[in-house]
Design a protein around this ligand. Sequence first.
Ligand code: IPE
Ligand code: IPE
Ligand code: MG
Length: 249
Amino acid sequence: MDTGGLDPKRMPRHVACVMDGNGRWATRRGLPRTEGHRAGEEALLDAAKGAVELGLEWFTVYAFSTENWRRPHSEVRFLLGVIADDLLTRRRDELHAMGVRILFAGRRDWRVPKWVLRRMDEAVELTRRNTGTTLTVAFNYGGRAEIVDAVRSLVAEGVKPSDVNERALRRHLYVQGMPDPDLFIRTSGEYRISNFLLWEIAYSELVFMDVLWPDFRREHLRQAVLEYQQRERRFGRTGEQRDQDGLPA
Ligand code: IPE
Ligand code: IPE
Ligand code: MG
């Protein structure tokens, strides 16, 4: 990939992406929506390669939300197949060879079939010692559910109310050690968060792109990072302070 034009000193550590627009991509071609999901899986593999080439530490993608169960059963079943069979079985060796560590974020509840959980666990186990980009697949993921689950787990631990603070809550989020996304991308021209990483995106830079997810390639990732590098992050301070102090970690 052409990484020209990017400042290596200002690379995001963590990029999160809402992969949206599969259905519209297919419909525009007169194809069933499921073909869009199939093509979206190709796009994800290319984007993951781009993340590796850019040397991103963390790349998190929204694959299936807690609300996506509301879709027709046949589409849900197809999506589970794309994620568990295509991505996690057919592609996992390729991802493994690229040094990608695969993780999942989301609820492991009764709605997720056992065979899907098994494939997820196998992919995590296979890649757990890899030190390249961490690809976190948000599956059966909801930002509100994540916060609720964190609170439940805090309560179960018996934490005193006065000990509940941001750091304590963060320890109970789905992925330990995951830094907040620096850059949040959504494709397909929709300007919504749709319940993705609500806690974590407090200070993320948001980039909305018109491209439909199946057309997304590593070049789009580079473009989004370029836009990110043109933003001024302040974290509540003034622009002048930022210049004096540099960016907070
Ligand atoms: C994103 O594409 C994939 C998932 C939500 C799983 P969509 O299926 O939402 O595509 P559109 O938004 O209907 O075009
Ligand atoms: C968000 O997209 C979820 C994923 C990309 C997995 P949706 O297509 O489900 O979001 P809405 O319904 O348009 O907000
Ligand atoms: Mg959508």
